[in-house]
Design a protein around this ligand. Structure first.
Ligand code: U2P
Length: 286
């Protein structure tokens, strides 16, 4: 009798436990996803992306805020970086949002080991802190980009190696620093360029409109967009004037491409990366 009376109570307790676990898992998943990005699809299964953005960063703007140095930080090389470096290859939706943290596939450096010197040179982190990832705690910048964006890039990109080789291929094929130079737009300290001239230089060489993100009137990022056949595509907005990018990131009518002084700090750990692109010449004909 005692057992019979306990049974309904046990069922009720188990039901409460199951509900608590499900709700907690849901909240945890949403929190992880939200921390990965503010404007990506949360909760339900994320649908296939619509197009790619190759996000490039301008070290001259970012490195101006560097306060301390470490081996992984590209801002800490003895020669200031004067070319765009890679931020990430981002699968995006046409409505201005994007998927994030899609397939539970943790970053594995061993899978891209032959690319490491090329990534260090052209896809460096511009910060010292390690990056948060979707599935494996803190990790290198590349782990953040693979887990957040790379895992959402199928069916165009099927695995980690293909994600990084695709991004590097596009970066070398469409050299934004050279495109701007051929339009008369160079690294400058103080010299201002009309935003329309910068956009036109890219349109002329690339065949499609970029998206440009600024910080206090300096270019911070330049994004090239591609369809799923990796052909140039107009980005949704050419300047950061939609809600996709915060107001602080708007570009004014005249902008600069600043350089920065080599960062000299006591007790800094420096690493000068001297990898020649010929090493990976068979992969990249930049
Ligand atoms: O723009 C600020 C941050 O939002 C994320 N972002 C932006 C546009 C987009 O199409 N996709 C996207 O993910 C970027 O986050 P991150 O990859 O750096 O985590 C971008 O830095």
């Amino acid at each position: 009798m005692a057992t019979a009376r306990k049974a309904p109570r046990m069922v009720a307790i188990w039901a409460v436990v199951v509900v608590v676990v499900v709700v907690a898992a849901d909240l945890f998943g949403a929190a992880v996803a939200r921390s990965a990005s503010a404007r990506h699809a949360v909760g339900k299964k994320q649908r296939e992306f619509d197009y790619f953005a190759l996000a490039l960063q301008w070290p001259g703007t970012i490195c101006a805020s560097t306060r301390h140095c470490c081996a992984i930080n590209g801002c800490c090389r003895s020669e200031p970086l004067q070319t765009f470096t890679i931020h990430g290859l981002w699968p995006d939706y046409d409505d201005g949002t994007w998927p994030a943290c899609c397939r539970h596939t943790s970053f594995d450096m061993d899978k891209i080991l032959p690319l490491k010197p090329t990534l260090e040179k052209y896809w460096p982190s511009l910060y010292c802190s390690s990056s948060s990832t979707c599935f494996s705690g803190k990790g290198p910048f590349w782990a953040h980009e693979w887990e957040k964006h790379g895992t959402c890039s199928s069916p165009v990109v099927k695995d980690e190696l293909e994600y990084f080789t695709t991004a590097l291929d596009l970066y070398f094929k469409y050299n934004v620093t050279e495109m701007l130079a051929s339009g008369g737009i160079h690294v400058s300290n103080g010299k201002q360029y009309a935003l329309t001239d910068v956009i036109d230089a890219i349109k002329c060489a690339f065949g499609a409109s970029p998206q440009i993100v600024c910080k206090k009137g300096s270019v911070e990022e330049l994004r090239l967009c591609f369809d799923k056949d990796l052909k140039p595509l107009d980005c949704l907005t050419t300047t950061a004037t939609n809600e996709n990018v915060s107001k602080k990131k708007y570009c004014p009518r005249y902008i600069t491409l600043p350089t920065y002084d080599p960062i000299v700090h006591a007790n800094s750990t420096r690493e000068i990366i001297t990898v020649e692109s010929e090493v990976y010449g068979y992969l990249y004909t930049s």
